[in-house]
Design a protein around this ligand. Sequence first.
Ligand SMILES: N[C@@H](CCC(=O)N[C@@H](CS)C(=O)NCC(=O)O)C(=O)O
Length: 299
Amino acid sequence: MSDTNEYIPPKVWTWNKASGGRFANINRPIAGPTHDKDLPVGRHPMQLYSLGTPNGQKVTIMLEELLALGHAGAEYDAWLIRINEGEQFSSGFVAANPNSKIPALVDRSGPEPVRVFESGAILMHLAETFGAFLPKSGPARAECLSWLFWQMGSAPYLGGGLGHFYAYAPTKIGYAIDRFAMETKRQLDVLDRRLAESAFLGGADYTIADIAVWPWYGGLVKGLLYGAGEFLSVHEYTNVVRWADQIGARPAVRRGRIVNRVMGDPAAQLRERHEASDFDTKTQDKLDAQAAAKAGGAG
Ligand SMILES: N[C@@H](CCC(=O)N[C@@H](CS)C(=O)NCC(=O)O)C(=O)O
């Protein structure tokens, strides 16, 4: 039986701006800046340009973990990049990340600013700079890096595959959803088996591998991604759930995961972070209350 909606690819693909779906307005087949605008620079050594998505959360969690260990050099300004408004295509952002995706870090601790893009590279840069959350050598380092790069290669199937076709695509395509649900469940099983034999992904210690994987797969098993928890029977991955809860309870993770967030509970949104005290005074619920009090006072 032939599908009347079947897509027959043309000989040469051309850009159809009306392809629809969430994010259609920012997708384009070319790189480079769309407009001239410099990035802001704050006073701290680390300047982060990001958004509180799973990829962004990895870096803010890492920075908060480093600060919790007492590394003052990890003090940071976290500037908000609204990707749905195309801010990743400014000339300043493209200079920090030619791939126009959050997160992008500019390390200003040395004589010249150093740009670092790709969240895995940023985690490694910070881990090596501060000598933390990455074993220095041997099998433990190899295991940590293996799981770090596993995340980099695997999460696009979860986000760009399952998440896109299950939650965002303008039509539900059974073939695509089935394909990526199968792969996502296989990945969850990979993690579940590893976490049955080991406390953390790299071994006995918490490392950048956990920091990279947690926002994606920890979020998924806690039912926080794409409304797909029941669909994927995530409760079956009991070792991943145990690990996700353990990491989610860490104070630095509780701070890092709300930085640059613009959606959800206003109490869990710290849209920009410039000082440690911002967690107490500048979450969105507090800013809204201040604005309401001011408006009430003025009226
Ligand atoms: N492999 C990249 C992925 C980064 C990424 O996909 N970022 C998304 C948000 S989570 C983004 O900036 N999208 C904007 C766009 O595609 O224009 C990393 O790990 O840093």
